[in-house]
Design a protein around this ligand. Structure first.
Ligand SMILES: O=c1[nH]c(=O)c2ncn([C@@H]3O[C@H](COP(=O)(O)OP(=O)(O)OP(=O)(O)O)[C@@H](O)[C@H]3O)c2[nH]1
Ligand SMILES: [Mg+2]
Length: 174
Protein backbone atom coordinates (compact mmCIF):
# COMPACT_ATOMS: atom_id res chain seq x y z
CA UNK A 1 0.00 0.00 0.00
CA UNK A 2 1.37 3.41 -0.99
CA UNK A 3 0.79 6.30 1.41
CA UNK A 4 1.68 9.96 1.13
CA UNK A 5 1.97 11.82 4.44
CA UNK A 6 1.63 15.59 4.43
CA UNK A 7 4.61 16.37 6.68
CA UNK A 8 8.34 15.75 6.91
CA UNK A 9 8.26 15.41 10.71
CA UNK A 10 9.75 11.92 11.35
CA UNK A 11 7.35 11.36 14.25
CA UNK A 12 4.36 11.65 11.94
CA UNK A 13 5.92 9.31 9.35
CA UNK A 14 6.72 6.82 12.08
CA UNK A 15 3.16 6.99 13.46
CA UNK A 16 1.75 6.11 10.03
CA UNK A 17 4.28 3.33 9.34
CA UNK A 18 3.77 1.68 12.71
CA UNK A 19 0.00 1.93 12.86
CA UNK A 20 -0.53 0.62 9.33
CA UNK A 21 2.30 -1.93 9.49
CA UNK A 22 -0.13 -4.75 8.65
CA UNK A 23 -0.64 -3.28 5.17
CA UNK A 24 3.10 -3.18 4.45
CA UNK A 25 3.05 0.52 3.68
CA UNK A 26 5.48 2.45 1.52
CA UNK A 27 5.37 5.93 2.98
CA UNK A 28 6.40 9.11 1.17
CA UNK A 29 6.85 12.29 3.21
CA UNK A 30 5.52 15.33 1.36
CA UNK A 31 6.31 18.87 2.50
CA UNK A 32 2.90 20.50 2.09
CA UNK A 33 1.38 23.71 3.41
CA UNK A 34 -1.21 22.88 6.07
CA UNK A 35 -3.26 25.90 4.97
CA UNK A 36 -3.82 26.82 8.64
CA UNK A 37 -1.66 28.58 11.23
CA UNK A 38 1.49 26.96 12.63
CA UNK A 39 -0.40 26.50 15.87
CA UNK A 40 -4.08 25.81 15.19
CA UNK A 41 -6.33 27.15 17.95
CA UNK A 42 -9.68 25.41 17.49
CA UNK A 43 -11.06 21.99 16.64
CA UNK A 44 -12.16 23.27 13.23
CA UNK A 45 -8.75 24.73 12.39
CA UNK A 46 -6.95 21.60 13.55
CA UNK A 47 -9.17 19.28 11.49
CA UNK A 48 -8.84 21.60 8.47
CA UNK A 49 -5.07 21.38 8.75
CA UNK A 50 -5.23 17.58 8.76
CA UNK A 51 -7.60 17.58 5.76
CA UNK A 52 -5.46 19.97 3.73
CA UNK A 53 -2.32 17.97 4.45
CA UNK A 54 -4.04 14.71 3.39
CA UNK A 55 -5.42 16.15 0.13
CA UNK A 56 -2.23 17.98 -0.81
CA UNK A 57 0.02 15.00 -0.05
CA UNK A 58 -2.10 12.74 -2.25
CA UNK A 59 -2.23 15.34 -5.05
CA UNK A 60 1.57 15.54 -5.10
CA UNK A 61 2.05 11.78 -5.51
CA UNK A 62 0.64 8.63 -7.10
CA UNK A 63 -0.05 7.10 -3.68
CA UNK A 64 -3.20 5.14 -2.82
CA UNK A 65 -3.96 7.32 0.19
CA UNK A 66 -3.03 10.76 1.48
CA UNK A 67 -2.66 11.11 5.24
CA UNK A 68 -2.68 14.37 7.21
CA UNK A 69 -1.90 14.82 10.90
CA UNK A 70 -2.27 18.07 12.82
CA UNK A 71 -1.80 19.11 16.42
CA UNK A 72 -3.82 21.98 17.84
CA UNK A 73 -4.99 23.55 21.08
CA UNK A 74 -8.54 24.13 22.31
CA UNK A 75 -10.11 25.73 25.36
CA UNK A 76 -12.02 23.23 27.47
CA UNK A 77 -14.31 24.02 30.36
CA UNK A 78 -15.15 27.26 32.12
CA UNK A 79 -11.61 28.18 33.07
CA UNK A 80 -9.37 29.44 30.28
CA UNK A 81 -7.33 26.27 30.20
CA UNK A 82 -5.87 24.93 26.97
CA UNK A 83 -5.69 21.32 25.92
CA UNK A 84 -3.62 19.74 23.16
CA UNK A 85 -5.57 17.78 20.55
CA UNK A 86 -4.34 15.67 17.64
CA UNK A 87 -6.37 14.96 14.53
CA UNK A 88 -5.90 12.89 11.42
CA UNK A 89 -7.45 12.81 7.96
CA UNK A 90 -7.15 10.19 5.25
CA UNK A 91 -8.28 10.48 1.63
CA UNK A 92 -8.23 8.14 -1.34
CA UNK A 93 -9.00 11.06 -3.66
CA UNK A 94 -12.71 10.38 -3.47
CA UNK A 95 -13.69 10.05 0.18
CA UNK A 96 -12.11 11.86 3.08
CA UNK A 97 -12.32 10.49 6.61
CA UNK A 98 -11.30 12.16 9.88
CA UNK A 99 -10.43 10.79 13.28
CA UNK A 100 -9.01 12.08 16.52
CA UNK A 101 -6.23 11.08 18.89
CA UNK A 102 -6.06 11.91 22.60
CA UNK A 103 -6.66 15.23 24.36
CA UNK A 104 -4.19 16.35 27.04
CA UNK A 105 -4.52 19.35 29.32
CA UNK A 106 -1.54 21.67 29.13
CA UNK A 107 0.10 22.90 32.35
CA UNK A 108 -0.92 26.50 33.12
CA UNK A 109 2.54 27.94 32.47
CA UNK A 110 2.59 26.30 29.04
CA UNK A 111 -1.01 27.24 28.27
CA UNK A 112 -0.41 30.89 29.20
CA UNK A 113 2.41 31.25 26.69
CA UNK A 114 0.53 29.39 23.96
CA UNK A 115 -2.50 31.58 24.68
CA UNK A 116 -0.23 34.62 24.20
CA UNK A 117 0.66 33.45 20.70
CA UNK A 118 3.59 31.04 21.10
CA UNK A 119 3.77 27.67 19.32
CA UNK A 120 3.56 24.66 21.62
CA UNK A 121 6.74 22.85 20.48
CA UNK A 122 9.21 25.63 21.42
CA UNK A 123 7.37 26.32 24.70
CA UNK A 124 7.67 22.64 25.65
CA UNK A 125 11.39 22.71 24.75
CA UNK A 126 11.87 25.72 27.06
CA UNK A 127 10.04 23.99 29.91
CA UNK A 128 11.85 20.67 29.53
CA UNK A 129 15.26 21.97 28.48
CA UNK A 130 15.03 19.85 25.33
CA UNK A 131 15.64 20.55 21.67
CA UNK A 132 12.83 19.63 19.34
CA UNK A 133 10.80 17.44 21.68
CA UNK A 134 8.08 17.63 18.99
CA UNK A 135 10.20 15.30 16.85
CA UNK A 136 10.74 12.89 19.74
CA UNK A 137 8.40 11.92 22.61
CA UNK A 138 6.41 15.13 22.09
CA UNK A 139 4.29 17.01 24.58
CA UNK A 140 2.17 13.85 24.75
CA UNK A 141 5.11 11.85 26.12
CA UNK A 142 6.40 14.53 28.46
CA UNK A 143 3.00 15.31 29.98
CA UNK A 144 2.24 11.65 30.72
CA UNK A 145 5.71 10.68 31.96
CA UNK A 146 5.99 8.42 28.94
CA UNK A 147 2.70 6.57 29.42
CA UNK A 148 2.08 7.54 25.80
CA UNK A 149 4.26 9.24 23.19
CA UNK A 150 3.61 11.57 20.31
CA UNK A 151 4.08 8.63 17.90
CA UNK A 152 1.54 6.51 19.75
CA UNK A 153 -0.89 9.39 20.20
CA UNK A 154 -0.75 10.33 16.51
CA UNK A 155 -1.08 6.65 15.69
CA UNK A 156 -4.52 6.64 17.33
CA UNK A 157 -5.60 9.46 15.02
CA UNK A 158 -4.24 7.47 12.05
CA UNK A 159 -6.19 4.37 13.10
CA UNK A 160 -9.41 6.32 13.68
CA UNK A 161 -9.26 8.07 10.30
CA UNK A 162 -8.09 5.03 8.32
CA UNK A 163 -10.59 2.55 9.77
CA UNK A 164 -13.51 3.53 7.50
CA UNK A 165 -11.45 2.58 4.43
CA UNK A 166 -10.65 -0.94 5.60
CA UNK A 167 -13.78 -2.15 7.37
CA UNK A 168 -17.14 -2.82 5.75
CA UNK A 169 -19.07 -1.06 8.52
CA UNK A 170 -19.36 2.24 6.71
CA UNK A 171 -20.55 0.81 3.39
CA UNK A 172 -24.23 1.39 4.11
CA UNK A 173 -23.69 5.10 4.95
CA UNK A 174 -25.38 7.38 2.47
O1 LIG B 1 0.14 16.80 18.07
C1 LIG B 1 1.11 17.05 18.82
N1 LIG B 1 1.51 16.11 19.74
C2 LIG B 1 2.56 16.29 20.58
O2 LIG B 1 2.88 15.40 21.38
C3 LIG B 1 3.23 17.53 20.46
N2 LIG B 1 4.31 18.02 21.07
C4 LIG B 1 4.51 19.22 20.58
N3 LIG B 1 3.59 19.52 19.65
C5 LIG B 1 3.49 20.80 18.93
O3 LIG B 1 2.19 21.09 18.42
C6 LIG B 1 2.27 22.04 17.37
C7 LIG B 1 1.43 21.68 16.16
O4 LIG B 1 1.84 20.44 15.62
P1 LIG B 1 1.97 20.12 14.07
O5 LIG B 1 0.90 19.13 13.76
O6 LIG B 1 2.04 21.32 13.20
O7 LIG B 1 3.38 19.35 14.03
P2 LIG B 1 4.86 19.84 13.76
O8 LIG B 1 4.94 21.32 13.68
O9 LIG B 1 5.72 19.15 14.77
O10 LIG B 1 5.18 19.16 12.34
P3 LIG B 1 4.88 19.65 10.85
O11 LIG B 1 4.06 20.90 10.92
O12 LIG B 1 6.22 19.86 10.23
O13 LIG B 1 4.14 18.53 10.20
C8 LIG B 1 3.75 22.14 17.07
O14 LIG B 1 4.22 23.28 17.75
C9 LIG B 1 4.32 20.91 17.70
O15 LIG B 1 5.67 21.13 18.06
C10 LIG B 1 2.78 18.47 19.54
N4 LIG B 1 1.72 18.25 18.74
MG1 LIG C 1 3.71 22.46 12.32
Amino acid sequence: MELAVGSTNPVKIDAVERTLERYEPTVTAVDVDSGVSEQPRSLEETVSGAENRARRALAATEADYGVGLEGGVVRLGATPKLSLIMWGAVTDGDRLERGGGPTLRLPDRVAERVADGAELGPVMDDLLGTENVAEAEGAAGALTDGLTSRTQALGEAVAASFGPFVTGYYDIDT
